[in-house]
Write a protein that binds this ligand. Structure first.
Ligand SMILES: C[S@@+](CC[C@H](N)C(=O)[O-])C[C@H]1O[C@@H](n2cnc3c(N)ncnc32)[C@H](O)[C@@H]1O
Length: 321
């Protein structure tokens, strides 16, 4: 399955503003309302300080992990205490802008030689919000046919998905990351079946009334492989981006109807914005690095906006204010 291209093609977004450091687009919905996407190049702490308290319904984000990843601008190897203090500062800012029934989906990874970062980050965010669910984002999995019951009889062993190989005698290849789901009080109802899966054993469908639609909760292990790419520089020009399906599943799990405004304080190359665009959701995102910001804008224009303009890529529908 091409994770980046799930579902039907939604109507195109119209670019409404394009200036250095700020990009906006809008989409007319069938019910007469307008969805908007705003991308801002700048520090998220400063950006969030300008938002109304309780105005954001869903945050899906992945901050820098402080693992020494080579971003083009951000220094990803600051002293751990300083890093965690900064985590606390933006967590407090997210708490302020998060709606009472809002969700923060926080993706954090680690490296085998520094395994505590995700848990340290979750603990620090837990000073402000309550951990409601812990999801494991599985990037790659090996499935042995004998564990698959009837479905596996004819199958051969399967290893699916991409991961960064770890060349070590002590550490295993690292094939997963965390997605911590935080809410204000741990009591936010979710649309579990929006990302549900069919029952393998269909007798459940007959036995249980709630299984009549042949769809069950997917659970907290999400297999979302990266797309296969030939050229990282052009096809994934960011050292730590997540697949578009990851934020898409988070938005749908929270409930697209309950997501009036989504946010990503660490936008990177815009995967969370693209997922919102696909679902017709309003979105605001911040990215410090001008290069990644430009790439996010280019991806939005190429994939979500009109392309018919004679002026070239993504310029149709632009009204410069
Ligand atoms: C893990 S990456 C996010 C990648 C993103 N999820 C994607 O799919 O492209 C973290 C990003 O946060 C940005 N960043 C770091 N500090 C920031 C800040 N204070 N405000 C806004 N962005 C920041 C970095 O430049 C980096 O692109």
């Amino acid at each position: 399955m091409q994770q980046e291209m799930m579902g039907e093609t939604p109507p195109a977004w119209q670019i409404t503003r394009r200036e250095p450091g700020r990009w906006e687009a809008a989409q007319q919905r069938d019910d007469g309302t307008t969805a908007t996407i705003t991308l801002i190049c700048g520090d998220c702490l400063e950006g969030m300080s300008g938002l109304q308290p309780g105005s954001i319904d869903v945050v899906v984000t992945s901050p820098p992990y402080n693992l020494g990843i080579r971003y083009s601008r951000y220094d990803d190897s600051i002293p751990r205490e300083e890093y965690l203090e900064w985590i606390g500062r933006w967590a407090a800012a997210v708490k302020r802008v998060l709606a009472p029934q809002g969700s923060l989906f926080l993706n954090v990874g680690s490296k085998p030689s520094d395994p505590w970062v995700p848990l340290q980050v979750a603990l620090r965010v837990g000073d402000y919000l309550q951990l409601q669910n812990t999801i494991h984002w599985v990037k790659s999995i090996a499935i042995d046919p004998e564990t698959m019951g009837r479905a596996g009889r004819e199958a051969t062993p399967l290893g699916i998905g991409h991961f960064k190989p770890i060349n070590s005698a002590r550490f295993l290849n690292d094939c997963h990351e965390y997605i911590f789901h935080f809410t204000h009080a741990g009591d936010v109802p979710l649309d579990r079946l929006a990302i549900g899966v069919p029952y393998q054993d269909k007798s459940n469908v007959r036995r249980w009334r709630q299984a009549a639609d042949d769809v069950r909760c997917r659970g907290n292990t999400w297999f979302i492989p990266y797309d296969t790419i030939q050229n990282g520089k052009t096809q994934r020009p960011h050292p730590a981006s997540f697949p578009i399906a990851l934020p898409e599943w988070c938005y749908r799990l929270h409930g697209s109807n309950a997501a009036s405004l989504c946010m990503d304080p660490f936008l990177g190359i815009g995967s969370s914005a693209l997922a919102a665009a696909r679902l017709g959701l309003s979105f605001i995102g911040f990215e410090l690095d001008e290069g990644y910001f430009a790439e996010a804008v280019a991806r939005l224009e190429a994939r979500a906006c009109h392309m018919e303009s004679s002026q070239g890529r993504g310029t149709a529908g632009v009204s410069r204010r």
